[in-house]
Write a new protein. Structure first.
Length: 136
């Protein structure tokens, strides 16, 4: 199987898939209530292996992501849970969190097994602080 791309999807499960050298891996756009569990994805050197963009209520658990550029990337998404994944031999970040709130990311050496990564997690301040208005 090559890749999984979900757009405006609800109540979808991506479970027990083997994706080798995919162009995109598993990418979600504007999707809700998605489960991404127990997948093996390798050889994606162009972009994120798992991407969530403007999505909510996504569970990412027990996936093996290896020999790829980035592991898991979360942008403008809420109520996502990321835990117990193996992120191995990535050339860039393991987990990216950008402009997203109310997400749970469990990072433990024994849960997220990271090796040869530049960073475990990269995030912007919008993820941890409420938006600041500059209007007077």
């Amino acid at each position: 199987m090559g890749q999984v791309i979900l757009v405006n999807s609800t109540n979808i499960s991506v479970v027990d898939k083997k994706l080798n050298t995919p162009a995109a891996g598993v990418h979600l756009f504007y999707s809700k209530n998605v489960v991404i569990h127990e997948n093996s994805i390798s050889g994606n050197y162009n972009r994120e292996t798992i991407l969530m963009f403007a999505s909510e209520n996504v569970s990412v658990k027990n996936n093996l992501l290896f020999r790829s550029k980035q592991g898991i990337s979360v942008h403008y998404s809420t109520n996502c849970e990321i835990y117990e994944n193996n992120l191995i031999s990535l050339t860039d970040e393991g987990i990216i969190l950008e402009s997203s709130i109310d997400n749970l990311i469990e990072v433990k050496r024994r849960k997220h097994q990271l090796s040869k990564n530049n960073q475990v997690i990269r995030y912007d301040l919008k993820c941890i602080l409420p938006p600041i208005s500059l209007d007077k």
